[in-house]
Write a protein that binds this ligand. Structure first.
Ligand code: SF4
Length: 384
């Protein structure tokens, strides 16, 4: 690991000592915080798509259809940063792909300058990476990063091989995949040991729903500080995969809660369970999630406090929901203006409910489309 000039006793990748640590009590990505503070949704979070390349082709990839074999030219970084400058209450920046670290040029010419911009502005950062490449590139990034977000849906190398290359269209041998699997786990462990906040996300789907406790155990073994858990929703590569019923999903969440290590923060997101549910079992799960120590349920940031910017086209996306194409472009408009326009859109208004007593501000559009088609959440209320 690279030696860094540090004050005594601090680990090389630890956040600045005067920054409030990210914790179950402080999750700056949750839109409920800005909703409480401003009384309406405000843009506090931007996700930048910094590459369309990836060394994997996962069967569940939410952006699989947009992955390419050759990188297109991107907009000048300065143009992107000027648009970020205009956001008055910016609190978080996330970097995503593809695999953002796939090319070293991307690491050095885009990722590092954006992370340094974020640090200088007091903004928290997250990188979504599969951490399967050589450690050196993560070591360059880690001192400037707040959250390394990885995907982890496996109990053994065979799962990784089956899931991670399902859409690659070429034969990747099991030994080659097993080597990447080991490197991913080693990298996550080393980054955690260096003091970086590594958050591993697992999806509950037809493959994983019976194995979540085992997946959780491996995540804890890698030293991750957080296990993030989401149901899988059918977008892009995942469109043809079998869908779980709400009952199967509820059972998987309950089993995971029973088995989890309580020392590790567990963050749930995009769950289809709400305090307004007519089902007593679902309401009881919602209550359990609220009261378990070290467990949080993050409201969905998409279109509530966050937009996504594709730095190749400048297109701005407000949601993963396929019915909504890019909602604007940074070459033409300010991000806050695009965000403001989205708040008035009928689709967004249909899920714009808010029950302060449940700390809930409504479902994600994919969730409502999959489990609550035609439901107007504004007519619902949290039940006791
Ligand atoms: S905010 Fe919406 S989804 Fe959440 S409990 Fe209230 S009505 Fe239900």
């Amino acid at each position: 690991m690279q030696a860094l000039p540090l004050s005594a006793g601090r680990l090389p990748y630890e956040a600045p000592s005067d920054w409030m640590p990210i914790s179950p009590a402080f999750d700056p990505w949750d839109p409920i915080r800005s909703l409480k503070r401003f009384g309406r949704h405000r843009l506090t979070s931007v996700e930048l798509t910094v590459t369309q390349l990836c060394n994997m082709r996962c069967e569940h990839c939410a952006v699989g259809d947009s992955l390419t074999m050759k990188e297109a030219p991107h907009l000048p970084l300065d143009a992107v940063l000027r648009r970020l400058d205009e956001i008055e209450h910016l609190e978080t920046i996330s970097l995503t792909g593809g695999e953002p670290t796939f090319r070293l040029e991307t690491v050095r010419e885009l990722i590092l300058p954006v992370l340094k911009y974020a640090r200088a502005r007091g903004v928290r950062s997250q990188l979504n990476s599969n951490v399967t490449l050589d450690y050196g590139r993560y070591d360059e990034i880690a001192p400037y990063l707040d959250v390394m977000h990885i995907s982890f849906n496996y109990t053994e190398a065979e799962d990784f091989h089956r899931i991670g290359f399902a859409k690659s269209g070429r034969d990747v041998s099991l030994p080659a995949a097993a080597k990447m699997y080991e490197r991913m786990m080693d990298n996550a462990r080393k980054l955690s040991e260096g003091g970086l906040f590594v958050s591993a996300e697992s999806m509950i789907n037809f493959r994983t729903h019976g194995k979540m406790p085992e997946i959780h155990r491996l995540i804890v073994d890698m030293g991750c500080k957080r296990h993030e858990v989401h149901p899988m929703y059918p977008s892009s590569f995942a469109a043809g995969l079998p869908v779980l019923s709400r009952e199967q999903m509820r059972a998987a969440v309950e089993t995971l809660l029973d088995a989890r290590n309580q020392e590790v923060w567990m963050l749930f997101g995009t769950l289809p369970f709400f305090a307004c549910s007519e089902s007593p079992e679902e309401r009881s799960l919602v209550k359990r999630l609220r009261t378990e120590p070290g467990v949080t349920v993050r409201n969905d940031p998409d279109g509530r406090n966050r937009v996504n910017v594709n730095i190749f086209s400048g297109d701005v996306y407000v949601t993963d929901f396929a019915a909504i194409p890019p909602f604007g472009n940074i070459l033409d408009d300010k991000l806050e203006d695009i965000f403001g326009k989205w708040q008035d859109h009928p689709l967004q208004r249909g899920v714009s409910c808010h029950c302060p007593e449940a700390s809930c501000c409504g479902p994600n559009l994919l969730v409502s489309d999959m489990y609550y088609k035609h439901e107007d959440f504004r007519s619902r209320r949290a039940l006791p």
